[in-house]
Write a protein that binds this ligand. Sequence first.
Ligand SMILES: O=C(O)CCC(=O)C(=O)O
Ligand SMILES: [Fe+2]
Length: 545
Amino acid sequence: MSGKRSRPAAPGSGDGDAAAAGKKRLKREQRVEFSAALREPALKEKVALAWAHKEALSHDAIVLDPVPFPHCLIRNFIQSEDFLEGLQKELLCLDFHEKSNDLYKFKQSDDLKKRREPHIAALRKVLFEEFRAWLSDVVHVELEPTIDLSCAKYEYTDTLLCHDDELEGRRIAFILYLVPPWDESDGGTLDLFSTDDHLQPMQVVKSLVPSWNTLAFFEVSPVSFHQVAEVVSKGKCRLSVSGWFHGPSVARPAPSAELRLPLSPHIPHDHEILYDWINPIYLDMDSQAKIQEEFEERSEMLLKDFLKKEKFQLVCDALKKEDLRWSNRGPPNKRRYERADEESLPAVLRGCVELFHSEAMFLLLSNFTGLKLHFLAPEEDDDETGSEGEATAGMDPSQSSRGASSQEENGGRDRAQEHEGTSANQGDSKLGSRIPQCSSELRRWTRGCYTLVHDTQTTEFALDLMLFCGCEGWDADYGGFTSYIAKGEDEELLVVNPENNCLALVYRDRETLKFVKYINHYSLERTEASQEQTGFWDFCFVYYE
Ligand SMILES: O=C(O)CCC(=O)C(=O)O
Ligand SMILES: [Fe+2]
C-alpha cells in the first residue's frame, strides 16, 4: 500500500510553543551521544560503501543486510545506560492512545516533536542532528531536518501488519527499541518480506528480534514491506521510539491494479433448492416483504438460523473433515486467509455453494433486499404495491424456475409479466453487459488471518453475503469481525461479528470499504476450551446488479 494509511502519522504536532520553550527549564537539560564506534571515520566509510554496493556487513557495532531490502541494526545505539533508563521513564509517563484499524492495534504516544522532557528532547536532538548527519553521509542522501518521531507500545495481541511505510517525504525509517529481554517466541519481531516481480510482498524472510538499545533503520521504498508480528507474551511491553528521516522519495512505479475474483451469473436451479436448504421462515412471502422493508432502511440485515438445522450441521461436519484442500490467499499487504479449493469440496459443501449461486437464490436475495439481482425482480424505482399487497417483496421464488422459460409457469403473476417485458425492452444492455453476477469463496479464518483496506481496492455498489460456520464461543476480542468503514476514514460504519448459521447481508456503495480484523493470539484460548476447533469458516458471496 502506498502508505497514506501505512501507519498513523505522528499525532497532532501543532507549532508554536515557542513561548513555553523560552521559559526557564524546570528539569536539568540532558545531553547524549550515539555509538562512538559508529562515529569512527573508518567504520562509517565501510558502512557507506557497503550500503552503496548493497553488500552485507557485520561489525560489533552495526550489521547491514541488503536482503530482502537494505536495513541495518545498530547495537548499543545510545552510549549511556543511565540516560536510557531516564528516557524509558519519561516515555512511559506519556499519554498513550489505543490505535486500532485494519492494519494495526497498538498504543501510540503524543507526538514527540515538541515534548520538553529532558531525555526525550536530548534523544530528539541526537537523532535529528548528529545521527541524521551521519546517516546522510552513509546513505548518500541529503536527509532533511524534519522531525517525525513518536513512541509506541505493543502489548499482548498488538500488531502492525504488512505495510511499506511509503508516504510523501519519508526516506529512512528507524526504530529504537527499549524492550525487556526479548525472545522470538514473545512475538513482536520486525518481520521483513520478500517481494515478487510486481513488487508485491510474498513472505517473511527475516525476523529481527527487538532488543534494548538497538536501533533498526531501513530505506523506505516500494519494496520495504515489513510488519510487527503480534506480541504473544502476556505482560511484556515492547516499547520503542520510531520515526522517519525525510528526504527525496525513491521513485515508485504505478501500483498494478488487482484482478478481482471471477464473477459468474446465477446457475440454473429452481426453488426446490431453497426448500431443501433454507429455514422455511425465510421463504414466506410476508417475511420477505418485512425483511426487504428493513433492509431498504438499513442496508444491512442478519438472518439468524438461516439454514435448516440439519443442513447446517452437515455443512459444519464437512468443513471439519481433513480432506478439504485450502490454499493461502495473499498478498500479505492485502489479505491473509485460506480459501477452499472448489474441486476438493464434498457434495454437501458443493451443494451449499450452489445454493448461493442458484437462480432461485438470486431471486430470493432480490426479495430480501429490493435489489435487482434477477430479471424478475422489480425495478428499483418501481415501488407500486401489487393488488395482493405483497408486491414490495417482488417475486415468489417458488414461482420462478429457469430463467425465461419460467414465465409460462408464472402466467398468473402480473409483476413477473410486467418485468419480463421491461427487461426484454431494455434487451441487450440488461442481459448483455449487466447481467447480475456474483463472486464466491469458502474461507477459513484462523489466528493470523485478516484482510486490509488497500489503495488498489475497487469500491463499488455490491451486496455482500456471509454465512458463518463453526464460530460457537467466538469473542469479538479475537478479531475476525468484518468492519465497514467510509473511504478515507477510520470511522466504523458497521461491524459484522461471526455468528453460527447467521446470514449477514450488507449493501455497500462506492464510498464504503470493508476489512476483516486480524485474528489474534487470544483466539487460541477458545481452541483450548473447545478442543481442536480453530477459527471459523464463512461462505462469502458478493453480488452485483
Ligand atoms: O516497531 C517496529 O519494529 C516497526 C514499526 C513500524 O514498522 C512502523 O511504525 O511503521
Ligand atoms: Fe513501518
